[in-house]
Design a protein around this ligand. Structure first.
Ligand code: FAD
Length: 419
């Protein structure tokens, strides 16, 4: 079997893999990406967060993505029973990017992969990792192409950005069940001819359908809008019929957009995804680091997936460079704990969302502008800014705020009703 020698082998050509590959390549190392599928390929995760722009910029991807003319995203809108809460990233507390993109991922991911290829990183499509043997930090990875031909790649370091493929956790039994409640999504791309009915397309809209069930509306620049229902798997089981019949019935039952999406043309048959949350014991080991979805993916509600994928790769790539240059790296503090700061902040927001705590905050009257700007920063992905109390105290701050709002509303209601 042929054996090729590289400095860094990157598994997966999604946002995690390409960002990491570009940064390590620019430091002068020989990098190679192996990707199981042929691009363009469908993947969900279409609404980005401003914080990922910093990672895309460091990877040198901004110009190529800008040229594609994707829909710009300036905020996030939440809707419940006709009430609207609009967050504009321009109002956020933490300095940083105040916009990003909404992207059909097939096109976006191909743009990143093509760009990293043009930079000089070979991307081998339809090539799957089947085995890895570590000898200290060095490794030999067996890959198989679509014709079944096997080759070996010797590497000084591996960056695993294989997303839902979870290559290293599966090969080395590092996978652990997530503590997140299992959820299911039913989604489609629509030919959105009545888009002008809504104050879009420059934001994601999240509609609360009923407690624990919500809908995403993500308009793209090409006139297609991504629409998805997310809820407990039991919620979907009460409906009979094909996925298309169930989705059309759900659309008709949602007053916020029934008129806009009734009889809308679907660009493909609706898709479902279920129980996507997963985690691992550790995000690193001798000779490898896990980035992106392989580390931990919580829930789609706040569109944190691509941001965490790109930021983890941005962080990991710089540590890999230091390691290959012979410097000491404290992977636990500098990588795992750092990433968990962001993941755990989102975990608190995801939990608060499904508990209804964020409903109380989002749809309250007279939101304090400072607090709103601080929460807005989290929604923009700036979850490492410990000057923001809604990051620093993420475990308690939202519950405290919701209690204060509830008490204030009770007092105001009492004063109005004279009780
Ligand atoms: P991926 O994009 O999955 O890329 C990994 C690549 O690795 C794939 O191309 C795969 O083919 C390749 N691979 C796998 N196995 C192998 C192997 N053995 N050998 C070689 N290559 C391999 N995120 C957002 O930011 N915004 C959203 O709006 C959003 N919505 C979501 C909605 C739902 C219902 C779900 C489930 C997730 C959503 N996400 C969202 C999350 C998003 O899908 C992921 O976080 C994101 O795609 C992670 O990027 P990645 O690069 O880590 O992995």
């Amino acid at each position: 079997m042929n054996t090729e020698q590289v400095d860094v082998l990157v598994i997966g050509a999604g946002p995690a893999g390409t960002v990491a590959a570009s940064i390590v390549h620019h430091a002068g190392f020989k990098v190679k990406i192996v990707e199981k599928q042929l691009f363009p390929r469908f993947v969900i995760g279409e609404s980005l967060l401003p914080r990922c722009m910093e990672a895309l910029a460091e990877a040198g991807f901004i110009d190529a993505v800008t040229e594609k003319g994707f829909q710009q995203k300036a905020g996030a809108k939440f809707v419940k029973d006709g009430e609207i809460c609009d967050y504009q990233f321009a109002d956020q507390f933490t300095p940083g990017y105040n916009w990003t993109w909404q992207v059909p991922r097939a096109d976006f991911d191909k743009t990143l992969a093509d760009t990293v290829g043009q930079m000089g990183v070979p991307v081998h499509y339809e090539t799957s990792v089947t085995n890895i043997v570590f000898n200290g930090q060095d490794s030999v990875t067996t890959v198989e192409d679509k014709d079944g031909k096997q080759t070996e790649i010797a590497a000084r370091f591996i960056i695993d950005g294989s997303g839902y493929g979870r290559v290293i956790p599966k090969l080395f039994n590092l996978d652990r069940p997530s503590t997140q409640v299992p959820r299911k999504a039913l989604f489609v791309h629509t030919v959105d001819k009545k888009r002008s009915m809504a104050d879009e397309p420059n934001r994601i809209t999240i509609v609360v359908h009923q407690p624990g069930v919500w809908i995403w509306i993500i308009p793209f620049a090409n006139g297609i809008t991504s629409l998805g229902f997310v809820g407990n798997p039991e919620f979907f089981k009460q409906y009979e019929g094909t996925d298309e019949e169930i989705l059309r019935g759900l659309i008709a039952s949602q007053p916020y957009f029934a008129e806009r999406f009734e009889d809308v043309e679907f660009a493909f048959a609706p898709k479902t995804l279920e129980s996507w949350s997963a985690t691992t014991d550790k995000f690193y080991g001798d000779g490898f680091v896990l980035t992106g979805n392989v580390t931990e993916f919580l829930d789609p509600i706040f569109s944190s997936g691509v941001m965490l994928a790109t930021v983890s790769s941005q962080t990991a790539a710089k540590l890999v460079i230091r390691k290959l240059n012979g410097e000491a790296v404290d992977w636990d503090t500098e990588y795992m704990q750092h990433m968990m700061q962001g993941v755990d902040t989102f975990r608190s927001y995801v939990t608060s969302w499904y508990e209804g705590v964020l409903d109380t905050i989002f749809f309250s009257n007279n939101q304090d502008p400072l607090v709103k700007s601080q929460i807005c920063s989290v929604l923009a992905g700036y979850v490492w800014d410990l000057d923001n109390p809604y990051v620093k105290n993420h475990e308690t701050a939202l519950h405290k705020l919701a209690r204060t709002i509830t008490l204030r509303d009770m007092v105001e209601f009492g004063a109005e009703s004279g009780t």
